[in-house]
Design a protein around this ligand. Structure first.
Ligand SMILES: [Zn+2]
Length: 234
């Protein structure tokens, strides 16, 4: 979700690997002129598990070029960083595609092509930027929009949290058909946005109606939070 919505292209572990690779590059580029780099180099031959040996094993596991060779050839930390980051980006993208390939409800995350930084570039208001979180939650299926006797349910037919009508798809009902959200659909339609399908949730931040879509999502997010507040989630 963070990959798709926030543009976090590196996972936490990939960021740690990048830091370790850069630290190894720094030590080798300083060797043998600093005490730290001298100890680091010697630690590759010490018995037991030293940071130098463990980090070297990790680099080999990730198939990175030996930074000693890199230092000898170029000594450019920037070039090494670009090289390692590119490999990590590629591996994270593959892992992410695989992880979200089965996430299709309420909508496919792989088709969400917006990036939160796009909203900054589009110069939306601060409220819209904050409320974008609601849109992210809605698209990821993190909001419970259906209930059965005021409880979370896996039943095929559930009641809408807003109007209490029975529906087989609370998400589609709330976004496209619920009378309690008709005002938001009217606003979107007035901007020429097709409200016959939930595809409008994929409008890019550059679209003139983006803030209206975000306001719609924020309304639904608030309604969901209010409904479930204090109620049993069992
Ligand atoms: Zn409803």
């Amino acid at each position: 979700m963070c990959f798709a919505e926030l543009g976090w292209t590196l996972s936490g572990s990939a960021k740690a690997i990048l830091d370790i690779a850069l630290q190894r590059h720094l030590f080798w580029s300083q060797h043998p002129h600093t005490l730290a780099s001298h100890v680091f180099a010697a630690a590759h031959l010490w018995p037991g598990e030293t940071w130098a040996k463990c980090s070297e094993a990790l680099m080999q596991e990730c198939f990175f070029s030996d930074c000693r060779t890199w230092v000898a050839a170029d000594n450019s930390a920037t070039g090494f960083r670009t090289h390692v980051r590119r490999q990590l980006l590629d591996s994270c993208a593959v892992a992410w595609q695989d992880a979200v390939s089965h996430h299709t409800r309420p909508m496919s995350i792989t088709c969400v092509s917006t990036d939160i930084s796009d909203a900054f570039r589009a110069q939306h208001s601060f409220d819209t930027l904050l409320r974008q979180r609601s849109l992210c939650c809605l698209r990821a299926g993190l909001l419970s929009l259906g209930h059965l006797n005021f409880r979370i349910s896996r039943a095929a037919a559930q009641q809408c949290i807003l109007c209490n009508k029975m529906t087989r798809s609370p998400f589609t009902h709330v976004m496209l058909y619920c009378e309690r959200t008709s005002e938001h659909r009217t606003t979107l339609a007035a901007r020429g946005i097709d409200v016959d399908s939930t595809q409008f949730l994929r409008l890019p931040p550059s679209h003139a109606g983006f803030s209206d879509v975000v306001n719609f999502a924020h309304y639904v997010h608030n309604a969901s939070s209010s409904f479930w507040k204090g109620r049993s989630a069992n």
